[in-house]
Design a binder for this molecule. Structure first.
Ligand code: FAD
Length: 401
């Protein structure tokens, strides 16, 4: 490790590795640090990603793809199933990754592009001078180092400290975080063609249960519920165990993870002098689905491009980095803002409401629709229920015309 770089990226998740790769490709001198000794392990993810959105960042490789699915099946509380192809299903359905290998492949890409990658290397604080972030205090193998940089990119995930160290409020309230638990299970009944989602207040209050196939009769079976819904009788893990006991009684659990996803919608501030936050550290995951891999990668790329521009211009102040705020808010921010509105409505839907929405799509070939037509169909058949969405619906009509 040198004592100075153009950019230090904290955290080698999808957001950090893509930021490091893109910054290095632009010719910047980049250090990527990861506190764990093995990048990507343990996996705290259901590993679902959309194919098209992923291909914008990296060429798909069989070595880190566990399953290639046809689409999704969503089950309402009374068991009514709505099926969608992968394009309609959004950014979390297409491939189910082997995340450990995927995260490692992204870090390798960063290294190949010229970034220096250091594992078992933890950021413990920021070097702050004259109101600017000037580098990172780093602990490696029990020793402390100060490493300086023009820009720090904080990609340290949902438990991010980098933002807080720089004075950005990244505190999440219980209503702003999805509490997740997930088992990797083996079961003969697993359908390898579809990612499945189960809704209902008894199944997953203000959330859902997922079954994402991994091939060889394995699947990630997990649950995400709003932190505010978690109580003695509604702990995520207890609900998940009940679901598995009922629906997959002969399954065997071979791995378990717990974790959280920010579902608060766009954060107020993601830059300050010398610093940008990306991915879960900047609450860029989708508030409705909890998916954040693609958004983290998209944001990482934007942050790298803005870092390059700012360093070229010699202005790494908050103003010099304003293009990062502008660009991600126009794309990712707009989408997660819309998802937040849908989520706020979704969490208030009763089981009867969910059943009614599912029934209204019975016999409809959703695969031949785009999101606009799907919303229109839902709106037409459930006017009272969908009334709160009328503004959003109008926005979509406006934007698509
Ligand atoms: P992370 O992937 O969290 O990476 C942050 C990295 O920073 C970690 O490697 C961490 O060790 C490192 N780090 C933290 N602090 C420091 C430090 N001080 N110094 C050095 N390194 C540090 N998203 C999807 O798109 N599809 C899914 O199917 C999906 N399923 C999910 C299921 C569960 C149970 C959970 C919890 C999340 C799921 N997500 C899913 C969300 C997705 O995992 C995250 O949105 C995504 O990983 C965010 O990427 P990131 O790079 O911002 O952060």
């Amino acid at each position: 490790m040198k004592d100075r770089y153009d950019v230090i990226v904290v955290g080698a998740g999808p957001g950090g590795s893509i930021a490091a790769k893109n910054a290095a490709e632009k010719g910047l001198d980049v250090l990527l640090i990861e506190k764990r000794q093995q990048i990507g392990d343990p996996v705290r993810c259901a590993e679902g990603v959309g194919k098209l959105t992923l291909a914008a960042h990296i060429k798909p490789d069989r070595r880190w793809i566990s399953a290639d699915v046809k689409g999704s099946r969503i089950y309402s509380p009374d068991g009514t199933m709505v099926e969608m192809n992968e394009v309609m299903s959004g950014d979390e359905v297409g491939y189910v990754l082997e995340h450990k290998l995927f995260d490692r492949a992204l870090a390798q890409e960063a290294a190949k592009a010229g970034a220096e990658v250091q594992v078992k290397t933890r950021a413990t604080g920021l070097i702050m001078e004259d109101g600017f972030v000037k580098g990172v205090h780093i602990m490696q193998h029990g020793e402390m180092f100060d490493v300086r940089s023009s820009i720090v990119i904080g990609a340290d995930g949902v438990e991010s400290k980098v933002g807080r160290w720089a004075g950005i409020d990244t505190t999440l309230k219980p209503n702003d975080i999805e509490t997740c638990a997930q088992f990797l299970v083996i079961d003969e009944t697993i359908d390898s063609d579809y990612c499945k989602f189960y809704l209902g207040s008894e199944t997953a209050p203000a959330g859902y249960i997922w079954v994402f196939p991994k091939g060889n009769h394995m699947a990630n079976v997990g649950i995400g519920i709003l932190g505010s819904q978690s109580g003695d009788k509604t702990r995520a893990i207890t609900l998940l165990q009940a679901f598995i006991a009922k629906n997959m009684p002969n399954s065997k659990v071979i791995e378990m993870v717990v974790g959280g996803v920010p579902v608060a919608g766009p954060i107020k501030q993601s830059t300050t002098n010398g610093l940008m936050l990306v991915g879960d550290a900047a609450w860029q995951s989708d508030p409705l689905t909890g998916g954040g891999i693609i958004n983290a990668m998209d944001a990482g790329k934007i942050a790298a491009e803005v870092a390059y521009e700012a360093i070229q211009k010699g202005d790494v102040s908050e103003k010099g980095l304003a293009n990062y705020e502008k660009r991600w808010r126009k794309t990712i921010g707009k989408e997660i803002g819309m998802s937040l509105r849908v989520k706020n409505k979704f969490i208030k839907l009763s089981n009867d409401d969910l059943n009614s929405l599912a029934h209204s799509l019975d016999g409809v070939n959703i695969d031949e629709m785009n999101v606009f037509k799907l919303l229109y169909m839902l709106f037409k058949n459930n006017q009272k229920l969908m009334w709160d969405f009328k503004d959003m619906f109008a926005d979509m009509v406006f934007n698509s015309s």
